[in-house]
Design a protein around this ligand. Structure first.
Ligand code: NAD
Ligand SMILES: O=C[C@H](O)CS(=O)(=O)O
Length: 477
């Protein structure tokens, strides 16, 4: 007997209703490459309808308490569907189930923090009366929504990074059009279903799925979009910045994250955490540990421990609770990583662990004998590869960490307060994590990079600042 598995078809969500489309694209299970959904391909007219609906929705303002209530309920409903949504992440990303469950929990927290922040948006009194001639005046500021926000998101953390945009946008009174990554659209569709269920007024949250370049272009062409909030590659980020003109843009882009391990650190803890945070989600994390700089006196002990942890990682079917490393998002990405590693090896790098590809899987790989000019150090690998090298002193390592076009986060293991303080002053990143790796993030913290890692911050409180304008009101009494 053969069993036919029903593949669901999903539409767009515009102006409070689902809209079927003739033309769809397939979302694949990244482990076995089977089709798990047919998803609507938006056309220009759909994008324009979504923007018009979002603009119209702003005419019925929501109070901060109403926004709090919708977001809080959405967080609760997401937790109720935790297993189902985690299984979607397992399939559409190839993310191991334990990590996928963690992403759903974090996404719910992001919505909950956004809900709480909705009640804390405030301005301040401004002492204009202190200016000569303004003695009879009084003033205060208030934060007002930017209006229509277009949110464009990447494949690697497709639920939580969507919540980092939808949560603050709705909390601050905006309406939003979401364009998720094509290859991982299903979790965003489920989130849309959840917001429909909580009864969010129509037009406040619209979902457009389809080709990134086309929908992106149509959103950018539509002058009724007031702000773009983008997470993804520097290539697309630059394009959005160029085309957005005078409109607000927030960009969360790539990194080649460094972590320093100094000679006074807890070596076992540092090596264990570095191994874990180099290979989470098969290294497809923007703050994944990619460059490790180990003080030369402790190098061998550190490397031995990091190799031991890495060799113990279980690779395989992401739906199994014992699996720690799943497939990459596509075979072409695994091939690219393989080529970069091979190129490094042909220039003198040594593979300590891994270095093998099996279809869409790339084994967790530690490289030594690397040179800072190699692609595996200089560019963003976005795969399960880490380059470990030595340094002599604080000055040298800080300058090597800073020798990058990126600046999202870095880690530093040390018990030296003076080194930690020096690093905090001198390392050019949006976040420096002491006694943990570059890969540490919780959702309430400000998060965003310097240099080509982007501009603007996420973390609901900080994203709300990006998604609102400061207005001053002056009274002449
Ligand atoms: N800094 C952060 O917070 C953060 C978090 C996660 C991922 N990232 C970065 O994201 C990248 C990987 O994600 P990706 O491969 O999905 O990125 P990507 O740039 O290829 O795609 C991101 C989104 O942009 C859309 N897009 C593609 N072309 C477009 C265009 N011309 N105009 C408008 N939108 C377009 C895609 O459809 C997708 O929704 C890495 O560089 C990673 O570092 C950064
Ligand atoms: O890919 C980058 C993510 O922002 C890191 S995290 O999943 O939010 O920790």
């Amino acid at each position: 007997m053969t069993t036919t598995v029903q593949v669901p078809t999903y539409g767009l969500y515009i102006d409070g209703r689902w809209k079927e489309k003739q033309v769809t694209f397939e979302v694949l299970n990244k482990y076995n490459q089977t089709t798990i959904a047919h998803v609507a391909s938006a056309e220009k007219q759909d994008v324009d309808e979504a923007v018009a609906s979002a603009k119209q929705a702003l005419k019925l303002p929501l109070s901060p308490y109403e926004r709090f209530t919708y977001l809080k309920k959405a967080a609760e409903l997401l937790i109720k569907r935790k297993e189902e949504v985690a299984n979607v992440l397992v399939q559409e990303v190839g993310k191991p189930i334990t990590e996928s469950l963690g992403e759903v929990e974090r996404a719910a927290q992001t919505l909950e923090i956004s809900a709480e922040e909705a009640k804390r948006i405030h301005g301040e009194g401004v002492p204009v009366e202190a200016a000569p001639g303004s003695e009879t005046r009084q003033a205060y500021t208030k934060r007002v929504p930017v209006g229509v926000v277009a949110a464009i998101t990447p494949f690697n953390v497709p639920l939580n990074l969507v919540c980092h945009k939808i949560g603050p946008a709705l909390a601050s009174g905006n309406s939003v059009i979401l364009k998720p990554a094509e290859v991982t659209s299903i979790s965003a569709i489920i989130l849309m279903q959840i917001f429909e269920e909580v009864g969010l007024p129509r037009g406040r949250f619209n979902l457009i799925t389809g080709n990134g370049a086309k929908t992106g272009e149509w959103l950018l062409e539509n002058e009724d979009v007031n702000m773009f909030t983008f997470t993804g590659s520097p290539r697309v980020g630059k394009l959005i910045r160029e085309k957005a003109g005078l409109r607000k843009v927030s960009l969360e882009l790539g990194n080649n994250s460094a972590t320093i391990v100094h000679n006074d650190a807890d070596i076992v803890q540092a090596a264990t955490l570095c191994a874990q945070k180099s290979f989470n989600n098969a290294g497809q994390v923007c703050i994944s540990v990619q460059r490790v700089y180990v003080q030369e006196e402790i190098y061998q002990k550190f490397l031995d421990q990091m190799k031991k942890v890495t060799e113990s990682l279980e690779i395989g079917d992401p739906s199994q609770s014992t699996t720690q490393i799943g497939p990459m998002i596509a075979e072409k990405e695994a091939i690219r990583v393989e080529q970069w590693v091979n190129e490094a090896v042909s220039n003198g790098a040594k593979i300590e662990v891994g270095g093998k590809r099996d279809g869409v899987f790339y084994a967790p790989t530690i490289l030594t004998n690397v040179d800072d000019s190699m692609k595996v150090c200089r560019q963003e690998v976005f795969g399960p590869v880490v380059a470990v090298s030595t340094y002599r002193d604080e000055e040298e390592v800080i300058s090597r960490v800073n020798d990058s076009i990126y600046g999202l986060q870095a880690g530093l293991f040390t018990n030296s307060l003076s080194f930690a303080m020096k690093a905090a002053e001198e390392i050019e990143v949006g976040g420096l994590i002491i006694n943990d790796t570059s890969g540490y993030r919780v959702d309430q913290m400000p998060y965003g990079g310097m240099k080509q890692s982007g501009s603007g911050k996420e973390g609901p409180k900080y994203a709300i600042e990006e998604m609102t304008e400061e207005k001053i009101v002056v009274f002449n009494l």
